[in-house]
Design a protein around this ligand. Sequence first.
Ligand code: CA2
Length: 152
Amino acid sequence: MANVYVLNGPNLDLLGTREPETYGHATLKDVEALCRATASRHELEVQFRQSNHEGELIEWIHEAAAGDTVGIVINAGAYTHSSIAIHDALRAAMLPVVEVHITNIFARESFRHHSYIAPVASACLCGFGIEGYALAITGLVSINESLAAQRG
Ligand code: CA2
């Protein structure tokens, strides 16, 4: 089975334990279960990862690019707003990327309005809560179908 990589950046391991008014009550385990259920409907394997370290996220992007991977769903957490290194790794991977955020980053502080991921993403989702991850996987499948149709 082909893989979809779902990568989560710093502090997302805290989901469901702090700031429920902002991030909700679901845990990262709940997000993983949602991703697995969604991907299995499309006969995809999920590589679900979280790290608080930029370099580890970059290694996983390289791993995704080297394998049988349909694309990357990434919530880079605060690295979204700072990491040129993750931008470069995603660009080099040459895979469809869907950027996802639990919150609507544009309704929050201005420092969250800029994303280094967006220019290398095929699509961006924010503000749907954890459901955004399921939508991102479904969207990735749709992007791949369009690419396959273009190839003929
Ligand atoms: O809305 C999102 O998904 C974010 O990517 C979450 C990041 C934030 O820096 C981005 O601007 C938007 C923060 C992730 C931290 O998650 C926590 C979860 C629970 C408690 C504390 C932090």
